[in-house]
Design a protein around this ligand. Structure first.
Ligand SMILES: CC(C)(COP(=O)(O)OP(=O)(O)OC[C@H]1O[C@@H](n2cnc3c(N)ncnc32)[C@H](O)[C@@H]1OP(=O)(O)O)[C@@H](O)C(=O)NCCC(=O)NCCS
Length: 114
């Protein structure tokens, strides 16, 4: 087993600007991720996806990764079966925070790869 960590920080106004671009939104976020369409929330999701790619060491299709919130509000990252099989991921833990202009996400991944 191996733990991989990824972290990413995002300038919220940059995401706010990109949110005006429908093409960017469609290729980056699931409809479910856009239910709360506040820039700080979307920026947190964007940071979570970047942090995941950083943790696995490879960028992938944005839509193969989905951020959901548990009933408590705690975020979790769901990945496609294909990504799961190639990366042999056992468990993922995600945390997101935002304050003023910045959103940050930290992710830990437990993989079977030694
Ligand atoms: C989790 C908690 C510490 C967040 O504190 P905060 O400083 O206000 O928020 P931050 O800006 O740092 O982070 C916000 C992000 O925390 C995450 N979050 C929300 N609730 C969470 C929880 N229960 N556990 C972990 N992460 C949580 C979300 O990703 C959220 O982003 P979003 O609002 O865009 O979805 C605070 O909400 C808390 O104490 N919650 C306790 C649980 C609770 O009150 N549950 C009520 C519903 S049952």
């Amino acid at each position: 087993m191996e733990i991989k960590t990824g972290v990413d920080i995002v300038y919220i106004p940059r995401i706010g600007k990109l949110m005006e671009n429908e093409g960017f939104i469609k290729k980056t976020f699931h409809a479910s991720e856009c239910r709360n369409y506040k820039a700080e929330h979307i920026a947190g999701i964007f940071a979570a996806k970047e942090a995941f790619f950083k943790a696995i060491g490879k960028r992938s299709d944005w839509l193969k990764v989905e951020v959901k919130n548990k009933k408590t509000g705690r975020p979790m990252l769901i990945i496609s079966d294909e990504l799961n099989e190639t990366r042999r991921i056992e468990d993922i833990d995600l945390s997101i925070s935002h304050d003023k202009d910045y959103a940050i996400a930290a992710i830990s991944i437990l993989t079977k790869n030694a």
